[in-house]
Design a protein around this ligand. Sequence first.
Ligand SMILES: [Cu+2]
Length: 329
Amino acid sequence: MIASSFWLPPNIAERGSEIDIIISYLHIFMAVLFVVWGVYFAYCLVRFRASANPTATYADAKAKTSKAAEVIVIVIEAILLVGFSIPVWAYYRSEPPTADKNPLTVRVVAQQFAWNIHYPGPDGKFGKTRPELIDEALNPIGLVDASEDPNRADDYVSVNIFHIPKDRDILVRLTSKDVIHSFAVPLLRVKQDAIPGMEIPIWFKATKTSEETQKIMTRAYAVPESAAGRRAEKFINRNRLLITMSKNGSVPAGTTLTAEHLKTLIADGITSVDLAPAFPVNIQCAQLCGLGHYRMKGQMVIHESDDYEAWFAEAGVEEVFEDDEEEDD
Ligand SMILES: [Cu+2]
């Protein structure tokens, strides 16, 4: 579809292309309406100007052509709604993955200005939480002690980094600790408001790992001719969230380029580098939720199935929040 290759971010969700199709059909239809109605409007301004038509007449408004135009618009809108929007809406809102699909269930608790990701651990059961136990640095979702609830023992909470396996249904139970936020992952074509006091389920399935996504998003960039000056500054500033995808001369793969690196690249005679986002799959807050809204960003790390299990086995035994403290504010 034009949309996914032309003006939308890459789609890595199993059912994402259906959303893209709706978006492109809607835009095409609206563009046609805009042009046709615009031209007709201009025609009417001239044709029915007051000086040439001192008395109002309703003959044209009641003519067959205008009625036909109205009917065509209604029919196209009905097709868009019934044929495209409702089936996709049904998948996204009323067909959660059933137990036989073995979905991975995770709680996501939004807060000003971070995403808390609560994994139930191998037992699949979430430990209890109590608001009075919330400690912004050590226990942001207020989990009870394992002695009070044994389900809590294997739970794991991470802040702003959401690890999932590829090709498995993910069921998110979304809520918020304070104000209304919106959990948005554009590459997964997912967006849902997080509302305090409510737990809203959403689900999706990623068809690509973060690494595969990074490869899709890789582009070649021309290296500026000088490491100083405005062009170099612009290059560094614009690409500060990107990393090199391969070794270029003596600059290793996975580097975010600085002026120092540019000097090295130029000295090594390199004129073009392949860059991709360091974290290709972002979680954004799509609801203006306060002064720090702009920095309410999380990252999704999509693993191969085995790698996910390995990650969890390691992460789950760590002391909760050992390395997440400074990210939480
Ligand atoms: Cu927010």
